[in-house]
Write a protein that binds this ligand. Sequence first.
Ligand code: PCA
Length: 214
Amino acid sequence: MTRVLLTGFEPFGGESVNPSWQAAELVAAAAPEGLAVTAVRLPCVFGESLKELRSAVERVRPDLVVALGQAGGRPGVTVERVAVNVDDARIPDNAGAQPIDEPVVPGAPAAYFSSLPVKACVAAMREAGVPTALSNTAGTFVCNHVAYGLAHLLATRYPGVRGGFVHVPWAPSQVPAGTAPSLPPETVALGIRALLVAAATTRTDLRTTEGATH
Ligand code: PCA
């Protein structure tokens, strides 16, 4: 059994749902064979989100950690390649904090690459029929904060554990019909199941063309 910690976020920015948590719950309720998936909902709060992530890692002792977050406007499920050591919030978090140009972890490296096989993850989701892409920025809000904090935690305390961050589109319920891209949580969950299997079984990532020109 591969133990998987799968996190999603609470709603933020005035929304009433967060599709990252909807998908995490669906995946935990019907996990792929061979994977034991624990879903944990994180607060959309700088600092507190990482505290809860750390205690979930201690409790679950996962082999693999995948953190999900909402990226409204993106048309597909995007696997984040990199997390940067900066909090630069465009809106306040759910506790009212709005850090500007502060490090996530003072004195730590400028960035970490995901330790997921990111291209194999994208390929597996595409194979499952789910719109997907590789992304080279997780932004500078709470999702990047968690992506960076997770990468730093794994690199410094759990070197054998792989982990990374994945952004998901809005759910249809969040978008007035036809005004912006969205994906049903069930479709996102289908993609995440395929991603988890790929992440649990791929040792060496693919060398495929997923780069961006801008
Ligand atoms: N998305 C936000 C924070 C929480 C979430 O689901 C982000 O992309 O930073």
